[in-house]
Design a protein around this ligand. Sequence first.
Ligand code: MF3
Ligand code: CO
Ligand code: CO
Length: 269
Amino acid sequence: MSTSKATMTKDGIRLYEPADFAGMHKAGQLAAEILDRIAEHVTPGQTTEALDTLITQWVNEAGAKSATIGYKGYKHASCISVNHVVCHGIPSTKTLKSGDIINIDVTVIVDGWFGDTSRMYVAGGKPSVKAKRLIDVTHDALMLGIEAAKPGNTFGDIGHAIQTYAESQRMSVVRDFCGHGLGVVFHAPPNVLHYGRAGTGPVLQEGMFFTIEPMVNLGRPETKILADDWTAVTRDKSLSAQFEHSIGITADGAEIFTTSPAGKFHPTF
Ligand code: MF3
Ligand code: CO
Ligand code: CO
């Protein structure tokens, strides 16, 4: 666990010490490396359960822990969300088809630090024109959000950057799920909204650690949860995409902890 004497803002957001960035970097890099390695396995005919088994094995081999196994009763090392599944897809024996778009989300714990990241894959590597646009726009929306993540800006500036870009491309931003503070815990304040008004919300400060993880839909933003109590889908069955990075606010911007060691955060196909 961390021995740092972190302080809190009035909004209950923890401010970590400069030395804490190294722990987050190590955790983030492991999660990202696992997402790099899984890419070649995301193929037509593969089951999402088989992908999760590989991920579980790689987390264990690294001497790390899965943050999701046992989290609120969740039983898997990854969430795998296919096509109109927005997030929290449960690995299953269903097989992938050519052209399916797939988000894989992995959170690991290394030396007490949490690394949380997700990215998009396409089974067979040939997305439809619409699916490719959705994936590109979602990735670019995340990166625009990260560009807005610097001291003096607010959380509203991040949400505003993401929402205005996604909507300018005639897509919608999911409101029902958000990013979150993390560090020595999985989910901490604040809720990092992927929509909002510039200049609103808490001011970003050096030492804040959080995720940005926009979910963007081709159709309407509304979601519903299936009877398994986890799987979130678009109500209108439109395709949904998501990318997630864990970041830390520095003196003049943000460090991305979950950059891909292989340089394949996007595209993975
Ligand atoms: N990794 C997800 C996030 O981005 C949380 C998954 S919780 C689980 O916050 F239990 F569904 F795995
Ligand atoms: Co997250
Ligand atoms: Co995640």
